[in-house]
Design a binder for this molecule. Structure first.
Ligand code: GLP
Length: 237
């Protein structure tokens, strides 16, 4: 695991964006895995700015998002689908046919997850961006998630529902979600984990020092061959 220590959130977002832009320039048809939450917002702003300055071209990029609440309408402002379009996809030249999302509107969650897993197998993810939950979840892989888990329907913990309330616009957060599994995430060729702030300190400690355990799903990432952690002082402690 490579650790990139940064001074603050601005630097974290810039570092992540520099890595992505550099990788896209080397391989313009990269398959990117995107994450939601507050943490990658700065990265998405940097990417939009770089696109406006013509420093990056997304026209051949394919994308897969990690997760989506279930059930959830795409047009709902709380959906991750809306979040990604609002913060990145609508502001850059990513081809809408190349955007892959778990459909929170599906009636058949199992089939949806199987299809998504199949699509990822056909288009292996080159770089997966990740944030981490306060309880160590990645994607919506909550504590207890198995190392070989695949894309599936999961139940969210009370702690995740409570922490995610900060970016939920209105109403009640669903207590279920569709998420790539730990095994799906670990199959990505490269992983970039972004973490900032004191709230993430315990999760990051489990990633760096703790044993690899299903109680802290983020700790599985230690086993990945090409994993970069970009973290600020506050969460490194
Ligand atoms: C949600 C997402 C995760 C994200 C986490 C942390 O649970 N499913 O992918 O990493 O929130 O979010 P934040 O970056 O807002 O702390």
């Amino acid at each position: 695991m490579k650790l990139v220590k940064v001074k603050n959130y601005k630097e974290l977002s810039r570092k992540a964006s520099d890595i992505l832009i550099n990788e896209i320039s080397k391989k313009p048809n990269l398959v990117l895995g995107f994450a939601t939450g507050e943490t990658p917002l700065g990265l998405y702003k940097e990417l939009v700015m770089a696109y406006k300055k013509r420093k990056v071209d997304f026209s051949k990029i394919k994308s897969f998002n990690l997760d989506e609440y279930y059930p959830m309408k795409k047009r709902d402002k709380n959906s991750y689908y809306f979040f990604m379009h609002n913060n990145l996809f609508d502001k850059v030249n990513l081809n809408k046919f190349n955007i892959n999302f778990l459909n929170g509107e599906t009636k058949d969650a199992e089939k949806e997850c199987k299809n998504y897993e199949r699509k990822i197998k056909k288009n292996p993810i080159d770089i997966q961006i990740l944030g981490v939950g306060v309880n160590g979840h990645i994607g919506f892989d909550e504590p207890g998630s198995r190392e070989d888990s695949k894309t599936r329907l999961v139940r969210l913990t009370d702690s995740t529902i409570e922490s995610n309330f900060k970016i939920f616009k209105h109403g009640k957060i669903p207590d279920k979600a569709l998420t790539m599994g730990i095994g799906t995430i670990m199959a990505s060729k490269k992983i970039i984990l972004l973490a900032n702030g004191r709230a993430k300190k315990e999760a990051i400690r489990h990633l760096i020092k703790g044993p690899v355990t299903e109680r802290w799903p983020v700790s599985y990432l230690r086993k990945h061959k090409d994993m970069v952690l970009i973290a600020d002082k506050a969460c490194l402690g």
